[in-house]
Design a protein around this ligand. Structure first.
Ligand SMILES: [Zn+2]
Ligand SMILES: [Zn+2]
Length: 437
């Protein structure tokens, strides 16, 4: 950053954000972005099935003059706007929603049901806020398309499917993402959540979040009559012991202070109260942020699960499958520091906070692992008043994936668009908060 730029940023920061040129530009695109938010919120689609969602984004981006390629890695889209010489900067949004029944009571709550990949009818909700990310990216895309004098280079907007199953980024890469499109010099993404109040953003230089591993365990027993347990080997009892024993991995095996989470998110077994089933299935998510702790926890799950089955005299060892996994998202520290200044200028210094690494996970890491420096930051989503009340009471607001998750769209969406445009203009060598139309 040169001295003139630093002076410019400093003077803009001193002016604050009151009706800056960027704020006016965001106001101009806000109604359409908000309408898109309400629409997508009420029409959520499950991972890898985001057909309508992707085409809504693609249509809008085409109308704005972006060169859009559909069906990249399934339902993914890549939209490119070339604007002279300069770097290629990627901004990514996810497309997918979750099998969650919305209970927010909002007038625009989702009532959608769909068939999941196992053929079950499930409720569908944007319980992770990806609808807000999509609305923001369209607002940002509109401003960038209307202010080509404020930046130069190549803007690449990516609509990534299936983030929730940690498979969409890989699918896009496997479908020739790096071969078919210019390789980004930088990749940017944000995520909304209730960890921060709406109107703010959070930055974590270095390790942003955690490694995630999804594990499916099938415990084998011997079926029989519920009245005659001595003739059976009960997999439900083995599962119950296993679940409790697994909780001793973070509490008794991992060194205090090291991050480790082992959650059993489901247990499926049995059909009727008087039948002992012959198997039970557990679904686990495991979060760590160090390679050696990850290895330790995965090995302990293997050891404990097998030993519990053996202790119960199971007819055969359990099947332990790691069916999904992703590494932590790494924020290039120098890039994060540079963009902190940009965000402080655009949003006001008090609205840019330092965050602790979080225990969520993301397949954005797949892009970063291709040698693309990444900047992944948090967007505050909590109603500021509810946030303050929860802080005072020592309680937690509903987290992402909760049926009650409801980001405070205004101002979160406004802040999201402002932050994205400021970051993109800086990375694309333009003025960070001045636009021309
Ligand atoms: Zn999520
Ligand atoms: Zn998410």
């Amino acid at each position: 950053m040169n001295a003139a730029r630093i002076l410019l940023l400093a003077s803009l920061a001193a002016l604050g954000t009151a009706q800056s040129p960027l704020s006016k530009e965001v106001d101009a695109v806000y109604p359409e972005a908000h309408a898109l938010y309400l629409d997508i919120h009420q029409t959520p689609e499950l991972s890898s099935h985001e057909t309508q969602t992707a085409s809504k984004l693609a249509d809008r981006l085409r109308r704005l003059g972006y060169d859009v390629t559909d069906h990249v890695g399934g339902t993914g889209i890549v939209a490119i706007l070339k604007n002279g010489a300069g770097p290629t900067v990627m901004l990514r949004t996810e497309l997918d929603a979750l099998p969650v029944e919305e209970k927010t009571g909002l007038a625009y709550a989702s009532k959608i049901h769909a068939k999941d990949d196992a053929g079950h009818d499930v409720p569908v909700m944007h319980a992770c806020g990806h609808d807000l990310h999509m609305a923001a990216i369209i607002g940002t895309a509109t401003i960038m398309a209307h202010s080509k004098g404020s930046w130069h280079g190549t803007l690449m907007l990516v609509g990534q499917p299936a983030e929730e199953t940690i498979s969409g980024a890989k699918a896009m890469l496997d479908d020739g993402f790096l071969r078919r499109f210019p390789k980004p010099d930088v990749a940017v993404a944000l995520h909304v959540g209730n960890i921060l109040p709406a109107g703010t953003v959070g930055i974590v230089p270095g390790i942003y979040n955690t490694n995630a591993d999804s594990i499916r365990i099938t415990i084998y027993g011997k079926g029989g009559h519920g009245s005659a347990p001595h003739t059976a080997i009960d997999p439900i009892v083995i599962a119950a012991r296993t679940i409790l024993a697994l909780q001793t991995i973070p509490s008794r095996e991992v060194k205090p202070g090291q991050l480790a989470v082992v959650t059993v998110g489901y247990i499926h077994a049995g059909t009727k109260n008087n039948i002992i089933p012959d198997q039970a299935e557990l679904g686990l998510t495991v979060r760590t942020n160090k390679t050696e702790v990850r290895k330790q926890v995965l090995a302990a799950i293997d050891r404990i699960t097998k030993a519990e089955a053996e202790a119960a005299g199971a007819p055969r060892p359990p099947l332990i499958e790691r069916y999904e996994g992703t590494d932590f998202v790494y924020n290039d520290p120098a890039l994060a520091e540079r963009l902190r200044g940009v965000l402080e200028s655009a949003l006001g210094k008090e609205n840019v906070v330092n965050e602790e690494p979080i225990t969520a996970s993301e397949d954005f890491s797949y892009f970063v692992e291709q040698g693309i420096p990444g900047f992944y930051f948090s967007l505050g989503g909590a109603d500021p008043q509810k946030f303050a009340e929860a802080q005072a009471a020592g309680t937690q607001l509903p987290s992402n994936h909760s049926p009650l998750f409801a980001p405070d769209v205004d101002p979160a969406l406004h802040t999201g668009i402002t932050a994205e445009v400021a970051v993109l203009r800086n990375l694309l060598n333009g003025a960070s908060t001045n636009g021309s139309r």
